[in-house]
Write a protein that binds this ligand. Structure first.
Ligand code: PLP
Length: 418
């Protein structure tokens, strides 16, 4: 009998070769390992609201299950939820869509994957504005596309200018992905800036826009959200809006996201989804419909809590010499500059070479898990999630301040740009 030499078998497709373990994966694994050794780790890496899903939404799922909504749902989404999404776009964004221009997927993430899978040819370029949600890049790479990263500095409020986008677009550009309010920076484009970007895209008919608006409702200082497609009605047919219930309704575990756009693209995305997962969970769709159609008080409550936490984190971080942070316009993250500490020496005599090592130091010394800016394509920064209680936020920032105070820096702390 012949023996199969198992060492020779590599089960992993070359498609995955460009995907490197991310800084966020590293930090969550390292935090878990420390916790399992009994350390008191504060996890500021999480990207989800800490609130419970409002009870009327949970009830709707229960009622749907009892009413027998337990079979395969339609691949692109139930008529009830699509209708709720259509009504949401009309009510909140002044946008008209029909049910057939909507897709319901397993989270916004699957909407994005479906869209890229349905539209990318090998070598197609996808423009990402750094700092960006790290998964965009990995999805593009898995699908054989070419991510093109445009750095948007803190001085530019982490926003891409129309001129910079114009210069980055080539004949091969298939998508521009815009995410506002942004994960990780919280940055938001004004209506005028969206208009200027629209003017650029008018000149490049080969480019489609993926407008990831999942943090739409987590917006501060009484700002009004303007959807990309509403600011640029002439580009509506070339725009895919990505949104979902995860962040606005504290429903990350229910896995419901939705997309709205061009009929041909949506049809192709439904075809992709039919091969991968079929329709999203039937009772979760009933819950999402209840979220969109029902009372919106909890959305306001969550927003107010996130704004208070944003204020707390901004004032406390700004009081730490060497860290830089301007108040984010939305979302529940602080993207903190740590340039001053690159090159610093830890009490153990180790030099901090980059933001990954800075977050490693925070984890080891402060026992605070944060994600390095490199995970979002822009360094040297680190992202703190503010989706936790005031008490935990204060405790985490106390610990960060104490650990930072132990670093030896061979420079004067005079020219810090705050
Ligand atoms: C910018 C952005 N888009 C999409 C998603 C994915 O959302 P979902 O949980 O609905 O898949 C996230 C989640 O962190 C996000 O931050």
């Amino acid at each position: 009998m012949r023996h199969i030499v198992s060492e020779l078998l590599n089960p992993v497709s070359s498609r995955l070769a460009p995907i490197k373990p991310s800084a966020s994966a590293w930090v969550s694994q390292a935090a878990k390992a420390l916790k399992s050794q009994g350390h008191d780790v504060i996890d500021m890496g999480l990207g989800e609201p800490d609130f419970d899903t409002p009870s009327h939404i949970v009830e709707a799922a229960y009622e749907a299950a009892k009413a027998g909504q337990t079979r395969y749902p339609p691949t692109g989404g139930t008529a009830e939820l699509k209708q709720a999404v259509v009504a949401k776009f009309k009510r909140e964004n002044e946008l008209d869509y029909s049910n057939s221009q909507i897709i319901i997927s397993n989270g916004a993430k699957q909407v994005i994957f479906n869209a890229l899978m349905a539209s990318l040819e090998p070598g197609h370029e996808v423009l990402l504005c750094a700092p960006y949600f790290g998964q965009y890049k990995d999805m593009v790479l898995i699908l054989g596309g070419k991510p093109i990263e445009l750095s948007c500095s803190a001085d530019d409020k982490f926003l891409a200018s129309a001129a910079a986008l114009d210069a980055a677009i080539t004949g091969n550009t298939r998508w521009l992905i815009l995410n506002a309010p942004s994960n990780p920076s919280g940055a938001l484009y004004s209506a005028q800036q969206l208009d200027d970007i629209g003017d650029v895209l008018n000149r490049h008919p080969q480019v489609m826009v993926m407008a990831d608006e999942i943090y739409e409702h987590i917006l501060f200082d009484d700002q009004k959200f303007v959807s990309f497609a509403a600011a640029n009605p002439q580009l509506k047919e070339r725009t895919l809006i990505v949104n979902g219930v995860s962040k606005a309704y504290a429903m990350t575990g229910w896995r419901i996201g939705y997309g709205a756009g061009n009929q041909a693209l949506i049809n192709a995305m439904v075809t992709v989804q039919s091969q991968i997962s079929s329709g999203a969970c039937s009772v979760a769709q009933a819950a999402a419909a209840a979220a969109l159609n029902g009372p919106q008080d909890s959305v306001t409550e969550f927003r107010i809590a996130f704004e208070r936490r944003r204020d707390l984190v901004v004032s406390r971080i700004q009081a730490i010499d060497g860290l830089t942070l301007d108040a984010p316009a939305g979302a529940f993250y602080a993207f903190v500059g740590c340039d001053y500490f690159i090159g610093a020496t830890t009490p153990q005599g180790k030099t901090i070479e980059d933001d990954t090592q800075f977050t490693q130091y925070l984890l080891e010394d402060a026992k605070v898990a944060a994600v390095a800016g490199s995970a979002y394509g822009l360094s040297p920064f680190f992202r703190l999630s503010t989706a936790t209680s005031d008490e935990v936020l204060n405790q985490a920032i106390d610990r960060i301040a104490e650990s930072i105070a132990k670093l030896s820096i061979n420079r004067e702390i005079t020219n810090i740009n705050r």
